[in-house]
Design a protein around this ligand. Sequence first.
Ligand SMILES: Cc1cc2nc3c(=O)[nH]c(=O)nc-3n(C[C@H](O)[C@H](O)[C@H](O)COP(=O)(O)OP(=O)(O)OC[C@H]3O[C@@H](n4cnc5c(N)ncnc54)[C@H](O)[C@@H]3O)c2cc1C
Length: 378
Amino acid sequence: MDFQFSPEHEQIRETVRRFSQNEIAPLVEEAEETETFPREIFKKWAALGLLGVRYPEEDGGTGFDKISDCIVREETSRVSQTFAATWSAHTHLGIWPLWKGGTREQKERFFKPALRGELLSGFGLSEPDGGSDIRALRTRADKVEGGYRLNGSKTFITNAPFADFLMLAARTRPELTADAVSLFIVELPNPGFAISKLKKESIRGSETGLIYIEDAFVPDDCLLGGREGTYPIILDSLAENRVGISANCLGMAKAAFEASCTYARTRVVRGKTIGKYQAIAHKLANMAAEIEAMQWLVYYGAWRVDQGTMDIVTAAKVKLIASEAAVRISEEAIRIHGGSGLMRETGLGRIHRDSLVYIIGEGTSEIQRNIIARDLNL
Ligand SMILES: Cc1cc2nc3c(=O)[nH]c(=O)nc-3n(C[C@H](O)[C@H](O)[C@H](O)COP(=O)(O)OP(=O)(O)OC[C@H]3O[C@@H](n4cnc5c(N)ncnc54)[C@H](O)[C@@H]3O)c2cc1C
């Protein structure tokens, strides 16, 4: 066992920390206010190799590992979850299935340009009738001459308002079985896709789409891997990304905790700094202990991904713990700050609102508990 980050990992952390402070921080307020994501940042991420961190060099990636990917997430999340979530929807949700199951031609056409920031992507799984029960998705893909006709709807799709393509799940057969669900690469704009932007309380600068799909034609060469029944790729992708977004939660928790320590050392009430009051000190002690636990659970998860031994139950445990902890810690941070905690300038209200995304997105906490409980053979 080795619980140390390598010098390369430390260097990535330093690079992303500096980049996030210098390049992202100045853009956050405008992105939140205008609810518009500044896409130019993708080119800058690409120039630093930060879009392909966890993908091998032979596939056009940077050739690092999942631990590095989690470091990028953590450091970006300290500054803005709008940016970290947008990065995640593109670098993982939109393109991981291509890397895992795309044909050679699909990788050349979509995956490699996506790593260069030339094409931006998102992932369309959730539907208005339900996001938790993914096997029951209703969007249909009917086989026609030269391709498929898609009909249905998708909602809460991160990056959809500006994506160049979506990795979209649709039912290629009517049965509610796993092999009836397939993935399609849908190039946008597509005349059969009507996409509108949703207004959110959380990660406001991240653009989220509601999509109506009517008789949209998708050619055969955009069926992922050239075969139907790619549902297992969705499950594997979600398992890995549940670890990934847990690193996003870690970054938010650390930002809220560090701000709280600073405040507790400087805010004076009745002649002493509030950190001297045991009630506040104990809150910070709990936060410190929880962050330590989160940190090693997240990087254990990343290590398991790198070893190729991640499974859906372990991923559910990591996500459940990290996402719930981020909500608790960011709420405690607000309490420690008193009234200032609810003022825009501390940024704590934003962190707390943003932390709520991960107790819902990519499988709610209830769904993670269902996955864990199923494994207990109760
Ligand atoms: C900001 C944001 C971004 C998102 N980005 C994307 C994206 O890019 N792509 C994408 O495909 N989706 C995305 N989602 C959708 C997200 O994955 C779903 O919202 C989530 O899976 C929950 O689905 P739902 O909203 O339909 O809730 P529902 O499935 O309707 O669930 C409602 C409630 O019932 C509970 N529940 C449901 N089933 C069970 C059960 N079997 N046992 C116990 N409790 C249950 C849930 O836990 C929840 O509390 C995003 C969501 C948000 C908020």
